[in-house]
Design a binder for this molecule. Structure first.
Ligand code: ADP
Ligand code: MG
Length: 627
């Protein structure tokens, strides 16, 4: 047998490692920024061109490298951060695996300039596919400048896998935010193409958070601080009323390293219990400090999961710390020296409207009165006596009659309180008044609404129940998508007399503005605004608001669904926010119009998210039920 096993050449093994370390431009940005932080830089400048596809450049004023190190740093497992196994238990640096530069250099053109304080000149190195040209001396301040060009030039599969610039740039900004939030002592800036997106001077933590998200955020932050011997937590949580339906403002750090930790996230959400509507996420930027010896160090460079022994301690510290923070904030605005009792010490948001409990009863109702009398003399107006809740005998009869008739005509009136009260009143005393003329009953039979949620209609072969919300989503989705495909068709747009500003953090603002061209085609007209974006027009149909439509745009996380573009996914989210809700009463014309449009769709039986729109009761099934 010939020998078959051989050692892989270094450039091949580096490319394999690169597959894990560098998934997209943002991963390279993260690694380079982390190296600059590890080098003790106080000023870090990041420039990207074409969302990092064409160029990623990171310049720092950190320690720099001596000539010999500059040549070595691109070798695999070349690191200055650990040297013996014990070091693994006291890691305070971001990197330690010595893989990032080797990986990046194997899949891009890299240029490095660096100068260490101990050397007079800097060194200039150029690498292509991992191979270095001869190093040259150069003039440079202390620090390091790295330029990464044509990422994935030799890995076409990766290159093709990249998303639009808007999506890739969002990832870059995410990584930038994570590091900028964790290192308020460092001055960071970020440029994309020709524009400066961020310029964050060294500052306090609070100022840094505000710098990252926008000046509006200052008033939204509630400080949190608590510590025990083992762990400490510090940072900010958002006031509940500013919570958003989209994620993206939740940041948790352990020893200044960004992590994702579902259990801790759950605990933070629990602290908001009762303060937030369902499906809303509060902002948080929280920093945990834990002895590095207690952390599982084997953190993969691209992963953000982390394991630590102190989970229980952290959990038991976090929830009360946040509650206390929120409680303090909730009490403060209602402190009133003239108030005698301290009854509003509950962590309840005083600015929220709690509606007074209301019972809708017609206190005037008298079953023995004729309609004429009832109009003329409302006897005990406003009296909410409990008797009014109990139907008298005459009323019961009227109900029976109404119910019986309604079964053969229009079930809506049975569920609609107001309608039935009206009918009851006009019924009594007048004797027998048919609720609807024969002819009307016949017309109504062809389409009616059930539980204000389904539209029922009969076909030759059975009965269809149609979910009104999903049906409308399908209709709107196809309308919006046709707008994307066909520049000549035009969706009815409602121009807003008073343009509405939707406040957004800087990264979301950037993301929305990048998508402006195709959003406008779908009828969402957007202008930049200093605090976010300004909506000057929106699709005329449907029940959405500017804020909800923008949320729909942000909801899309850039993840792939097979064969569906981002614009189409956003169209689906927009359609969902625009569609008539369940619980809305529909007029007959509205129902027939909805059905006509639904059956004109290419896929009427599913909503854009693949959920069933129509349930069909076949005549045979129905017959069977009567056996
Ligand atoms: P790691 O960060 O895991 O050590 P890298 O491949 O990212 O591995 O970097 C290799 C080494 O190159 C680092 O350990 C560090 O000594 C050096 N290095 C990289 N970037 C810089 C920088 N910006 N300034 C100074 N030294 C750097
Ligand atoms: Mg590194």
């Amino acid at each position: 047998m010939p020998e078959v096993i051989q050692q892989l050449p270094e450039n091949v093994s580096n490319q394999i490692a690169a597959g894990e370390v560098v998934q997209r431009p943002s991963s390279a940005v993260k690694e380079l920024m982390e190296n600059a932080i590890d080098a003790g830089a106080k000023r870090i400048e990041v420039r990207v061109v074409d969302a990092g596809r064409t160029l990623i450049q990171v310049m720092d004023n950190g320690s720099g490298m001596v000539h010999a190190d500059a040549k070595r740093c691109f070798q695999r497992h070349a690191t200055s951060k650990i040297s013996v196994a014990e070091d693994l238990y006291s890691i305070v640096s971001k990197g330690f695996r010595g893989e990032a530069l080797a990986s990046i250099a194997s899949i891009a053109h890299v240029e490095l300039k660096t100068r260490h304080a101990s050397e007079e000149h800097g060194v200039h190195l150029q690498l292509e596919g991992g191979k270095a040209a001869k190093p040259l001396p150069c003039v440079l301040e202390m620090g390091t400048q790295i330029a990464v060009r044509h990422l994935f030039f030799n890995v076409p599969a990766r290159r093709n896998f990249l998303k639009s610039d808007a999506v890739e740039m969002r990832h870059v900004i995410d990584e930038f935010h994570r590091l900028a939030l964790a290192h308020e002592e460092v001055h960071f800036s970020l440029h994309h193409n020709d524009s400066e997106l961020f310029n964050l001077k060294a500052s306090s933590r609070r100022k840094r958070v505000v710098g990252v998200f926008g000046s509006k955020y200052d008033e939204r932050l509630v400080p949190v601080e608590e510590s025990t011997d083992v762990v400490g937590v510090e940072g900010f949580v958002g006031k509940p009323e500013f919570a958003r339906r989209t994620r993206g403002e939740q940041f948790l750090f352990v020893n200044q390293r960004f992590i994702k930790h579902p259990l801790l996230h759950r605990t933070i959400m629990d602290a908001y219990e009762g303060l937030l509507p369902r499906d809303q996420y509060p902002l948080y930027v929280l920093f945990l400090t834990i002895d590095p010896a207690r952390l599982d160090v084997n953190i993969h460079p691209t992963k953000t999961e982390i394991k630590f022994d102190e989970e229980r301690h952290v959990l038991s510290l976090l929830l009360p710390a946040i509650r206390r923070g929120l409680g303090k904030y909730a009490v403060a605005p209602s402190l009133d020296f003239e108030q005698e009792t301290g009854l509003n010490i509950l962590p309840l948001d005083p600015s929220r409207n709690v509606p007074e409990p209301a019972v809708s009863v017609n206190a005037d109702y008298n079953p023995f009165r004729t309609p004429a009398q009832s109009n003329a003399a409302p006897s005990v107006s406003g009296n909410r006596s409990s008797n009014a809740l109990r139907p008298g005998r005459g009323q019961m009869d009227a109900w029976k009659k109404l119910y019986g008739d309604a079964l053969t005509s229009d079930p809506i009136s049975v569920y609609d309180d107001n309608a039935s009260v009206e009918l009851v009143q006009s019924e009594v005393g007048e004797g027998v008044t048919p609720l609807l003329s024969e002819q009307a009953v016949d017309q109504k039979r062809s389409v009616f609404q059930f539980q204000q949620r389904y539209v029922a209609t009969s076909t030759r072969s059975g009965v269809l129940l149609i979910d009104q919300h999903r049906a409308h989503q399908r209709v709107l989705y196809e309308l919006l998508v046709s707008q994307l495909e066909n520049a000549t068709s035009s969706i009815p747009v409602q121009r807003l007399l008073f343009p509405e500003v939707v406040e957004l953090n800087t990264s979301d603002r950037h993301f929305v503005l990048e998508s402006r061209e195709w959003l406008e085609r779908m009828g969402l007209l957007i202008e930049p605004h200093e605090n976010g974006v300004q909506i000057t027009g929106m699709p005329a149909e449907g029940e959405s608001t500017p804020a909800r439509l923008i949320e729909a745009v942000l909801e899309d996380d850039g993840n792939d669904l097979p064969g569906i573009s981002r614009a189409e996914r956003v169209a689906a989210q927009m359609a969902q926010s625009m569609a008539i809700r369940s619980g809305k009463g529909l007029k007959e014309e509205e129902m027939t119009d909805l059905l006509d449009r639904l059956f004109g769709c290419s896929t009427p039986d599913r909503d854009p998210f693949g959920r069933r729109v129509i349930v069909n009761f076949d005549a045979n099934d129905i017959e069977q039920r009567f056996q």
